[in-house]
Write a protein that binds this ligand. Structure first.
Ligand code: AMP
Length: 603
């Protein structure tokens, strides 16, 4: 069976039938994928530690080629331990410093990805190879094929993509680093994808990789409107970027319309290469008709609080496509507001470590989206996770009880797992740190529901709350806001253990006027909504103090974004940290706090 996705002239039918084939035989394909990874990389330093050295090494090579798949799988999983990023860090650091020995892969690694780091609190280096760009192209083609069945688009149309490359820098050892999206946007695969899908991004490279996200956003919007009749769909890597772009549009629309009317470019675009590229595309001919038409639509939309902006401004757009699950879920409401009648299509599941799953059901609402694992991309294992029985004896630092990792064919519907990856890029039995639930199967491959990052984010003593728990609590709290026509713009939290008793602080930026009484009620509601038994018990005994709600002034989360971007993060991969102990962030949040409330629940 051909494990590699069709690489020649992709027809959508070709790639879908390839996917059906490899998923029918997912267990066998997984074993062959493991064999290929080990054949390619046998003898690298990391594996030698576990699989043997010298003569042993040769024997192992033979074994890999000849062994029966199941035996190879058991041998590998019995000899190589499950590891975390910290275990790989010293190896990756040596690669970054210029050591070209076969440390993790036989082929020298020349590029490293920087994970966004906004969920983990710090950025991680990860190997990036040609395989990473190829799988990105393959998953995008596969997803496009499934989307085209439900929402066909015109060949040769345009895509309004809110995408942003960060900087590509050099490590001490001369390797290129940057976020995985940055590498992809500057790769051949990004160009190939446009040709193969016959859909072309509105903005040129100079806008995508300009390095100043405010200028890039302006130009994305301007060019998107310039080509408004040709735009087939609107997209970004993570939903946050679309919401951020439309929030900017509410302020910028007059200037943008002016530029279209007069064939000019606002003086806020100061980057010479970006200016030239945009003006070349607009071929600075005044277009008073288009400019005035958009202006009239915007006047009307302003009166509607910009509800349904996307279909009004892009009449041929078929859908909005972006990652809307996990930490992006809080932006779905705002995205719906802008998208009006257009469907929201939730995009694929992956990480800087590698792609994991594809959304095969584009018509599902973002809240219900599940991802079918692609069994050729990596060798996947799943650590079963069981919620701890909550009592005083349960360990405060252990979130789940773990069982032994199982293979793709052994997972059970309804069970939660942490994903473990063995990749072509040199990660072996690597814990990804994401919790997923198996929701069903596509042929023999599991479909996963993304639950959350595994790391506990709010914990003071015996309480344990994940990002998902916090999200649910915040959703409950904000239900009251909607009655007052106010909305939550963004939020984060902090476990304050400096002041005794320790307590949770939730920071909200809101849009609209809300009475203090109502905000006090929101605070109480959130405190009472944490269902974690450890929290409830600790609140009752006052070993955790009343929850504090801090309302921050408008624009605070923009400052946080700017702080991250200033430190080298790329907007395309930005995720607001849902809990922080970062002193700089806490400084911004505390300086910007305009109102504080303490919960009266449990009093
Ligand atoms: P990064 O640090 O940018 O590599 O982020 C990767 C992480 O983003 C993953 O480990 C997930 O926690 C999260 N993520 C990526 N794709 C999705 C998705 N479709 N749904 C939910 N979370 C996602």
């Amino acid at each position: 069976m051909e494990l590699a996705a069709p690489s020649g002239n992709y027809g959508y039918d070709n790639i879908m039938s390839w996917f059906d084939n490899v998923t029918e035989n997912a267990a066998m394909v997984q074993r062959e994928t493991l064999r290929r990874i080990l054949e390619l990389n046998y003898g690298v330093e990391y594996l030698k530690k576990w699989l043997g050295e010298g003569d042993e090494d040769m024997k192992m090579k033979m074994k890999i080629q000849e062994m029966e798949g199941c035996a190879l799988e058991s041998l590998y999983t019995s000899l190589v331990p499950v590891a975390s990023h910290a275990d790989f860090e010293p190896f990756i650091q040596r690669i970054a410093d210029g050591d070209t020995a076969p440390i993790l892969t036989q082929q020298p690694i020349t590029t490293l990805s920087l994970s966004s780091g906004t969920t983990e609190g710090r950025q991680k280096f990860l190997p990036f190879t040609g395989h990473s760009s190829q799988t990105t192209l393959q998953i995008f083609m596969l997803a496009a094929a499934y989307r085209s069945r439900v929402y066909p688009i015109r060949d040769g149309g345009k895509i309004l993509e809110f995408i942003y490359s960060g900087k590509q820098l050099k490590t001490k050892g001369g390797l290129t680093t940057g976020t995985a999206t940055t590498h992809y946007y500057s790769s051949d695969e990004f160009k190939i994808k446009q040709e193969k899908t016959m859909s072309f991004t509105c903005s040129p490279q100079e806008v995508i990789s300009g390095g100043d996200y405010k200028q890039s956003t302006y130009c994305h919007l301007l060019l998107g409107l310039f080509f408004s009749d040709q735009v087939e769909f609107i997209t970004s890597a993570f939903a946050y970027s679309i919401v951020q772009a439309f929030a900017s549009f509410e302020e910028l629309w007059e200037e943008i319309c002016n530029d279209i009317k007069h064939g000019t470019l606002s003086s806020r675009i100061t980057l010479p290469r970006m200016r030239k590229a945009v003006l070349d595309i607009m071929d600075p001919n005044p277009n008073p008709f288009l400019g005035s038409k958009i202006e009239a639509i915007c006047e009307e939309l302003r009166g509607l609080e910009w509800c349904g902006s996307i279909p009004k401004l892009w009449p041929n757009a078929k859908y909005v496509y972006s990652i809307m699950t996990g930490s992006m879920q809080p932006y779905v409401r705002k995205l719906r507001h802008y998208a009006g009648c257009l469907p929201l299509v939730s995009a694929e599941y992956g990480a800087s470590e590698g792609w994991i799953g594809v959304n095969l059901d584009p018509c599902l609402p973002p809240e219900d989206v599940i991802f079918a694992v692609i069994p050729t991309f990596a060798y996947f294992e799943f650590i079963p996770l069981y919620r701890q029985k909550q009592d005083w004896t349960s360990s405060p630092t252990v979130d789940f009880i773990e069982d032994r990792p199982v293979s793709i064919s052994q997972v059970k519907v309804g069970q939660e797992y942490e994903i473990v990856l063995t990749t072509f890029t040199g990660l072996y039995r690597y814990r990804l740190g994401d919790v997923v639930e198996v929701a069903g199967f596509h042929n023999g491959t599991p479909k996963l529901n993304f639950i959350c990052r595994r790391k506990l984010i709010l914990t003071i003593n015996i309480d344990k709350n994940t990002e998902k728990d916090l999200q649910l609590v915040v959703e409950r709290g904000t239900q009251l806001l909607s009655k007052y026509r106010a909305e939550l713009v963004d939020f984060t939290s902090h476990a304050d253990i400096v002041h005794q008793p320790g307590h949770y602080i939730i920071y909200w930026e809101i849009n609209g006027e809300v009475e203090e009484r109502v905000l006090g009620e929101c605070c109480r509601e959130m405190d009472a909504s944490f269902a974690d038994h450890g929290y409830v018990v600790s609140r009752r005994s006052n070993s955790i103090g009343p929850l504090e709600l801090c309302i921050v002034e408008r624009g605070t989360f923009k400052k946080i974004l700017d702080h991250f971007i200033g430190n080298g993060a790329a907007l395309s991969q930005f995720k607001t940290p849902r809990c922080t102990s970062n002193q700089m962030l806490l400084r911004i949040l505390n300086v910007c706090t305009i109102k504080r409330f303490r919960s009266t629940a449990y009093s």
